[in-house]
Design a protein around this ligand. Structure first.
Ligand SMILES: O=P(O)(O)OC[C@@H](O)[C@@H](O)c1c[nH]c2ccccc12
Length: 268
């Protein structure tokens, strides 16, 4: 059974909502990312999205764009990102790893070669936000053959595509809470509750909501409607604020602790 299924089944038993952080791999470096993933797990994260930095992150707001720039400055490669999952598992992290990448880096790496690699490196799920269901046949086939869940995104504008997307979904469906790019926001799409209810209705798999979630109140608000919440920018911002500490050996634990405290209060 895929770790993603196991995790959602366990949380359903406990009546808990999955907390799914997103972090950019290599921000500020691979070693720090492994430490941060360990801290996320210790602080209550249930799954983790490992973002492959990309030079043209069209759906990302400024916080994640800056994280990508920092990681790319360190020449982080797709290989590094995939190895990070294996290193975190070797370090004892049990979380399901969801590799998050735009499609271009996969194309550049070579689709076949990409799946040959990730199938052996502890990756349980894959999110490619700019690969619509209408064009994902080859990737979907390779993912299924690799036992890796291709997790689709649906947005409030997805309307009549929701049923089709939901019917093929594995792992969970990622519901984008608002139009526009990632980033902390105080309000969500006007019809968000109806949208989530529609997706819930169409899905046999769990649903998680992301975009703009940054507080315990947000998590509670969506816990009634979803099985999981994704938090990216707010956590990446904590990493950004902790960079000076993460870069100073004697203060590294303090920096990791700061990130952990933020995540703990989200989990509640
Ligand atoms: O950053 P936010 O607003 O918390 O949203 C999650 C988001 O970061 C993460 O899931 C993500 C990062 N880049 C993306 C691009 C498209 C969709 C989703 C994403």
């Amino acid at each position: 059974m895929n770790r993603i299924d196991q995790t959602f089944a366990r949380l359903r038993e406990l009546g808990e909502t999955a907390l799914i952080p997103f972090v950019t791999v290599g921000d500020p470096d691979v070693g720090s990312t492994v430490e941060i993933i360990k801290q996320l797990e210790q602080s209550g994260a249930d799954l983790v999205e490992l973002g492959v930095p990309y030079s043209d992150p069209l759906a990302d707001g400024p916080v994640i764009q800056r994280a990508s720039e920092r990681a790319l400055k360190n020449n982080i490669t797709m290989l590094d990102c995939i190895e990070t999952a294996a290193q975190a598992r070797q370090a004892g992290v049990q979380l399901p790893f969801i590799l998050f990448t735009y499609f271009n880096p996969v194309l550049q790496f070579g689709i076949e070669r990409f799946f040959e690699l990730i199938r052996t490196k502890e990756i349980s799920g894959l999110i490619i936000p700019d690969l619509p269901i209408e064009e994902d046949a080859e990737v979907r086939e390779l993912a299924e053959a690799s036992g890796i869940y291709l997790i689709p995104l649906v947005a409030p504008t997805s309307k009549d595509r929701i049923k089709r997307i939901a019917s093929q979904a594995k792992g969970f469906v990622y519901c984008v809470s608002s139009l526009g790019v990632t980033g902390v926001r105080s309000d969500f799409h006007a019809g968000i509750d109806e949208f989530l209810a529609t997706v819930r209705e169409a899905c046999d798999v769990p649903i998680a909501v992301g975009f703009g979630i940054s507080s315990r109140e947000h998590v509670e608000r969506f816990s009634a409607l979803c099985d999981g919440v994704v938090v990216g920018s707010a956590i990446v911002r904590q990493i950004e604020d902790a960079l000076p500490l993460l870069g100073d050996g004697s203060k590294r634990e303090t920096g990791l602790g700061q990130i952990g405290d933020f995540v703990k209060q989200l989990k509640g």
